[in-house]
Design a protein around this ligand. Structure first.
Ligand SMILES: [Zn+2]
Length: 156
């Protein structure tokens, strides 16, 4: 009975929701990127400062280490997801943008369906940080919304 019901539910779900459902069955895969501790702290601070709104930026890497944010000009923070239109993105050839970071003014750092759609079109690594903006209230995801283990390295 349960199985039958589950199958029916899954049939009505879109692929993004299914990949989210299956997320729990996998260990987070290791990223070939890492993030500078100072930058991560800065993101958590920005999350706090932006309350009750969200903070949103692009992640920039140098030699495999995410070490900079590309702020998006004209970003309007809102307490719903205020994603920018594609044409507002910075030009990739000049910045090694690998993905995005944004914050949630809630305790959930799981991607919403809108987040998953955005991830799939905007790079390969995405960070979500949530309340209380501590070292334990954030997570990294790949473009499919699967959890990724992102090592934190001390800044040089
Ligand atoms: Zn979100």
């Amino acid at each position: 009975m349960f199985r039958k019901r589950e199958r029916r539910v899954r049939k009505n779900m879109d692929p993004v929701q299914i990949s989210r459902l299956e997320e729990g069955h996998h260990e987070p895969k290791k990223s070939n990127l890492s993030i500078e501790e100072d930058l991560l702290m800065g993101i958590l601070e920005a999350g706090k400062d932006s309350l009750p709104n969200e903070f949103l930026a692009m992640l920039v890497e140098k030699k495999g280490i995410i070490c900079e944010l590309q702020l998006i000009p004209g970003t309007v923070a809102g307490n719903s997801h205020a994603w920018l239109p594609q044409f507002m993105r910075p030009p990739d050839p000049f910045f090694k943008v690998v993905g995005t970071v944004h914050t949630h003014p809630s305790r959930s750092f799981r991607p919403s369906n809108a987040d998953l759609n955005y991830f799939s079109r905007n790079g390969r690594l995405h960070i979500i940080a949530a309340l209380p903006f501590s070292m334990h209230s954030w997570a990294a995801y790949d473009q499919l919304g699967q959890r990724v283990e992102l090592p934190v390295v001390s800044s040089v």
